[in-house]
Every structure is written in structure tokens, then in C-alpha cells.
Design a protein. Sequence first.
Length: 105
Amino acid sequence: MTNEFGVKLDANGYAPSIVQPFETGVCFFCEASGDLARHEIFNASNRNNSKAYGAWVSLCPRCHMKVHDFPEYSRDLKRVGQMRCMAEYDWSIDDFRERFGKSWV
């Protein structure tokens, strides 16, 4: 299975992360290793788009909780994710908004 750009998806439907491409073995925020979870940057109704376009990062439990409990962490991560998507796929803000419904930049 591939996304619309021909990027191969893994068995769970994830493209390689475009936000954290080189070091997904550590937490995106604090660089801790060990118990990490994939966090889809644009969750809820856009979870599948996040997976397919590689808009996800690895987070330790502490940072994962911060992203869900503190809106500023989530907003900052969404801004970074949107900028990476726009750069990676050569999208305008409108192109991004078509796929994710909202702009964070």
C-alpha cells in the first residue's frame, strides 16, 4: 500500500515520519528513548491522513501526556507538522487545508 505520492506505508498504514525522519528511536521533544508511542500530529478526524502523509512523531509517555493535556504543545506540534507537510509535498496553505480542514500557520 502507498499514499498518493507513492510513499510505501507500513502494515499499520504509516508512511515514514516526515517530521522526525532520522531519529524516531527517541522522543521528539525530550529525546528520551525506551517506551515510545507514535503520535499522529493531526488526530481525530485526520488520523488517517497523518499516518498516510508521515505527519507523526515518537513521544515518551510524559511528553505524549503534555501534548494531550496542554494545548500549546499540540498547537506547536501542529505548526511544525503543517510546515513539514507543505515543504515535503510542495503544498500551499490551501492544499494543506483541503486535506486537513484547517491551517495552523
